[in-house]
Design a protein around this ligand. Structure first.
Ligand code: F6P
Length: 324
């Protein structure tokens, strides 16, 4: 393998708070190890278009506290095509980039896995998505901040719920997974949590509401956007039809979950992962993701992170069942 002297870093897929801390860590660890570091703008789209910028230590000053990503990000359709990846490779060669660190989620890692099979470019992944749905890591960058955002929003919603004795359906992100809904639901003391990983929850909810009858007190029902029963609006409509007496409202938290100041946990995790990614490259590693398992940095084959499914924490499911 070619000696690594020049690396590139990019963010891809949905932005997540803490991505800037990871860019900063990769850049500074690179400079510390006497590497030249380039930032690729707008994810794989910028790779295809040759939108590269030189990063120095000072380029990443004052960004650790900011949400979003200074490199911007994209969901790139062209990179799914052979032709797109060929163009991207031409640009990497033009800038004489020897390895790429990619901060993103499963879609981005799928692209990186395919390209690393086609071309001899080492890719190292850093998990960055609020969804936390990546195999091989307990936490992804942005998840902790998103949880705190949900908790503070739902605490406010609960004021109205209890003042008006209302049933609130709160939809949180997670198009295929219930990590945000489950953990934030426990933290908010939700009265029910509907996630794609657990079937038959709507029936259970309607039975419990029937038991309460007119005695219904204010409640928060946390719904993952990818739940099998449908989006929160549809679920709320079904429940309203079944229980016309209930005063029901629905709130979709949406993209407020993706923005904002990263939590201390996300900043530190991103910093650890960024440094570990550079060290892995210098150690001749390729096609791996840096993960965090039991608070230790681990290396996970990149193809496993996209092939294998990460299940929600069984202990949290049991806790939720007991406490609800
Ligand atoms: O980043 C992942 C995610 O937050 C999903 O949970 C959500 O469905 C999706 O992004 C929304 O993506 P976009 O901003 O592209 O609409």
């Amino acid at each position: 393998m070619e000696e690594i002297k020049r690396i590139a870093v990019l963010t891809s897929g949905g932005d997540a708070p803490g991505m800037n801390a990871a860019i900063r860590a990769v850049t500074r660890a690179g400079v510390y190890n006497k590497l030249e570091v380039y930032g690729i703008k707008r994810g794989f789209q910028g790779m295809i278009e040759g939108d590269f910028i030189k990063l120095e230590s000072r380029s990443v000053s004052g960004i650790i506290q900011n949400g979003g990503t200074i490199l911007q990000t994209a969901r790139c359709k062209d990179f799914r095509e052979t032709e797109g990846r060929k163009k991207a490779y031409v640009q990497l060669k033009k800038f004489d980039i020897h390895a790429v660190i990619i901060i993103g989620g499963d879609g981005s890692f799928t692209g990186a896995t395919i390209m690393s099979k086609e071309y001899d470019i080492p890719f190292i992944g850093i998990p960055g998505t609020i969804d936390n749905d990546l195999y091989g890591t307990d936490y992804t960058i942005g998840y902790d901040t998103a949880l705190n955002t949900v908790v503070s929003a739902v605490d406010k919603i609960r004021d109205t719920a209890s003042s008006h004795n209302r049933l609130f359906f709160v939809e949180v992100m997670g198009k295929e997974a219930g990590f945000v809904a489950l953990r934030s639901g426990i933290a908010c003391g939700a009265e029910a949590i509907l996630i794609p990983e657990v079937k038959g929850q709507l029936k259970k909810l309607s039975e419990s509401l029937a038991r309460r009858g007119k005695q219904q007190k204010s409640s928060i029902i946390m719904v993952a956007e990818g739940d099998d029963e449908g989006r929160a609006i549809e679920i709320a409509a079904k429940i309203q039809k079944e229980f016309p007496v209930f005063d029901i409202r629905t709130t979709i938290l949406g993209h407020i979950q993706r923005g904002g100041t990263p939590s201390a946990f996300d900043r530190v995790t991103a910093s650890r992962m960024g440094v570990a990614a550079v060290e892995a490259l210098l150690d001749d590693q390729k096609s791996i993701m840096i993960g965090l398992v039991n608070n230790e940095i681990v290396h996970v084959p990149l193809n496993k992170t996209v092939k294998l499914h990460k299940d929600v924490n069984r202990e949290l499911l049991e806790i939720a069942d007991i406490l609800i």
